[in-house]
Design a protein around this ligand. Sequence first.
Ligand code: SF4
Length: 355
Amino acid sequence: MTTDTLTPEIDIAASHRLAAAVAVPDSPVAAERDALVARIKAGLKRENAVLVAHYYTHEDIQWLAEETGGTVADSLEMARFGRDNPATTLIVAGVRFMGETAKILSPEKRVLMPTLLAECSLDLSCPADQFIPFCDAHPDRTVVVYANTSAEVKARADWVVTSSIATKVVAHLHAKGEKILWAPDKFLGSYIQTTTQADMLIWQGACVVHDEFKAIELDKLRSKHQDAAILVHPESPEDVVAQADVVGSTTALINAVKELPHEKFIVATDNGIFYKMKHAAPEKKLIEAPTGGISATCNSCAHCAWMAMNSLRNLAETLENCNKQKSHNEIHIDESTRAKAYASVNRMIEFVNNT
Ligand code: SF4
């Protein structure tokens, strides 16, 4: 393991404060919901658009994506689906880096988002103007970044990975004798380092949602539900990951609910994922892993406030305003950045295709 740990200090508390200040929209009442759904369906048709949504968005949006021929997926699958779909406009319900990833893979398409204000603390914790000089200072390391980063950071990286493939990619590079510079998630980085024993210099970012899962309270909950399997996303702290029966990406955790024989699961990831888990295995019981309690620093609700900014209202408005106001909620990336970022994302896609 590396002893070279002089990564810049990251103010995670600042991201927690930003997330706490997000104005999360109310859910519409039934009549308004029906009217919004009708407006969105008409807008998708009119704009030759398809809706791609992340697992952590509101269940109304996930339902509508599937109802209208779109998809609900993790960030890479969202981008791949958008690239391969014949629609000329992609409506990406998620956070900004997901819209950017879609644009990186589909430069010829118009990529719109219900809001461009939906951030991600991992992306925020790794600004390109700090990250690029840091990489330049470590030219002996292969730069591997998580998908939760800006287009500029992806463009500087050698590889972009998602949580479903990150360990395999790092193990592959480690086997070739390469040393890694990993960013931005410190917990995922540490999990990969422990699993692969690779020499990794780890950026110190964190996800404000997963950072809140509490090991002491999880241990207590587990003793109350000894028949439950513990499912943990690797963006969670090490002492939470250590209690897991399954550590995996969003897609892996949904598959675990379907495939494991257990009837009960304690789930440590954003609770937006429960919508797909309930569909995958309606008879099984799902319990949120604890985010509060005596060891907690605050009371999170295990739900990303930025993901919650996506609503039926701003989705309908985006579709209706996209031709009235030029570039309304549209993702733009300059071509030189996009092409470099594409090379790093595509390296992962080819790796997945060849393994
Ligand atoms: S849940 Fe965490 S990693 Fe996902 S978008 Fe929100 S802040 Fe980022």
